[in-house]
Design a protein around this ligand. Structure first.
Ligand code: SAH
Length: 224
């Protein structure tokens, strides 16, 4: 049996080989214990470079994709980041190691509750997580506006383009990373807001994500 440290180092070496070069990103993936974010039945594969089921029909992304998306955000320790699709909280935890503050939205309340427990357990204090429809962006709460964000990361796929609310909530000079496309034909895209109306869009790689769905999930309904 390999120790967790050895498994973490093996994963980082693999990510380097796959082309991840940002040392802050590699160090964050080494330090966030992925085994804590997956169900007991999946723990043996927690440090493998594969996506795993996390309940409610959702998945935790493959570490390579987490690393690629995080690297594409070009994070600094001054950044305020918005994540849509908290899931088990793994990507948010990785972001929290590099950015100043992370705001994350999940539409499945049970997933959000579990993610928040993990942040507490790990002593992570710079993540604010809420249950809402992330397609609407971060809501104004108690008269307090958090938008605009330096960076936005969406970990569920939009059908054709990023939701308008998210484009509005990105700062000028900011970067949004988001998978776009129909199931089976999705591309991870980087949107850079060069000025108010001026965007540069580039393709990063083909990916497979669960779809971005509207509204908060019905707790009694089928998993979607
Ligand atoms: N970042 C996650 C990956 C979760 S999978 C992790 O590290 O585990 C994508 C998540 O997006 C799912 O949990 C799904 O419920 C959520 N999601 C889909 N549409 C959403 C929306 N409109 N608002 C908020 N969350 C959404």
């Amino acid at each position: 049996m390999l120790s967790t440290t050895t498994k973490a180092i093996k994963l980082v070496m693999h990510l380097r080989k796959m082309g991840i070069t940002d040392t802050c990103v590699l160090s964050a993936l080494e330090r966030v214990p992925r085994d804590l974010f997956v169900p007991n039945s999946q723990k043996h594969d927690a440090w493998e470079d594969i996506a795993l089921p996390i309940g409610q029909g959702q998945t935790i992304s493959q570490p390579y994709v987490v690393a690629l998306m995080t690297q594409a955000l070009e994070l600094t320790d001054m950044d305020k980041v918005l994540e849509i699709g908290t899931g088990c909280g793994y990507q948010a935890a990785v972001l929290s190691k590099i950015a100043r503050r992370v705001y994350t939205i999940e539409r499945h309340k049970p997933l959000l509750d579990e993610a928040e427990k993990r942040f507490d357990q790990l002593g992570i204090r710079n993540i604010t997580a809420i249950c809402a429809d992330g397609m609407q962006g971060w809501p104004k709460m108690g008269g307090l506006e958090q938008a605009p964000f330096d960076k936005i990361i969406v970990t569920a796929a939009a059908r054709t383009a990023p939701p308008d609310a998210l484009m509005t909530q990105l700062k000028e000079g900011g970067i949004m990373v988001i998978p776009v496309g129909e199931p089976g034909n999705q591309m991870l895209r980087k949107y850079e807001r060069l000025s108010d109306e001026n965007w540069a869009v580039s393709d990063l790689c083909p990916v497979r994500f669960v779809p971005l769905l509207p509204e908060v999930a019905d707790q009694n309904g089928a998993a979607a």
